[in-house]
Ligand binder design. Sequence first.
Ligand SMILES: [Zn+2]
Length: 77
Amino acid sequence: MINVDFSVGIAVYVALVLIGIFFLWLFTKKSKNKDLTLDSRYIWFCSICTYTYINTKEDVISVCPRCGNYNKKSKNS
Ligand SMILES: [Zn+2]
């Protein structure tokens, strides 16, 4: 009886730790993905001077701050 209770306790403890690690990993992975999608949405790449810049205001067309070229966002989903 004692052995069964002990092994059950160990199993529950290990399961709780694993679940905790899993949720921690899931949370960090989620936040990383969120940052990545936010970054890729706002990062613009100029086709004329190959200048990479960040514009969070525009969605479709933005002006390159270096050469003034109008860059259109290619929507490859
Ligand atoms: Zn440019």
